[in-house]
Design a protein around this ligand. Sequence first.
Ligand code: SF4
Ligand code: SF4
Length: 203
Amino acid sequence: MNETARKYVAMFRQVKIASAATVDEDGVPQSRIINVMLAEDDGMYIVTSKGKPFYKQLTDTGRIALSAMCPDCQSLKFTGKCRIADKKWVDKVFEENPGMNEVYPGDTRYILDAFHIYEGRGEWFDLLHYPISREQFAYGGDEIEKAGFEITDACISCGSCSAACPQKCITEGTPFSINPAHCLQCGACLEVCPAGAVKRLHR
Ligand code: SF4
Ligand code: SF4
């Protein structure tokens, strides 16, 4: 895991309370609040018990999406893959989250499995300060997602996109260029460009 990913995985653990989304067998999105129990160099760990729909959705799909809000209003999002980890990880979760013993005293903890979120990609997003900031991260072999917009060589340097940009993150040039770290991904530049030079990167 590189430094950027380590920083944001640690932030998920620091925030701890996250919304976890899965898809059920009918393809319907489901979401619930969970705790990010461990942040390790090989990924994040969560636990859930075998009887829960959440457990079934995790094992059926091997996929999870997380989102969390930091205390100073910066948000985190993540999508990745998970699998059941060895039972020793349940013990490690209880060591580092002792409050779990009140919910699952003694050996009752072993109805839980730990899920290792072993790869994925995400983004930190700060909407509180101007200009907005975002930074992407990935680990476990996943790659940073292409998102937002870029300006191609079809640009005729008319300046319309720059005038329309709410974050003023478009720099003049041939062609003009967008700074993705401060882009809202609002699409105003795409709407106003007379030359069709603004390309959407995300699906
Ligand atoms: S998508 Fe919005 S914020 Fe981003 S460069 Fe275009 S106009 Fe600016
Ligand atoms: S609006 Fe289109 S053509 Fe005009 S500067 Fe922006 S990208 Fe270039």
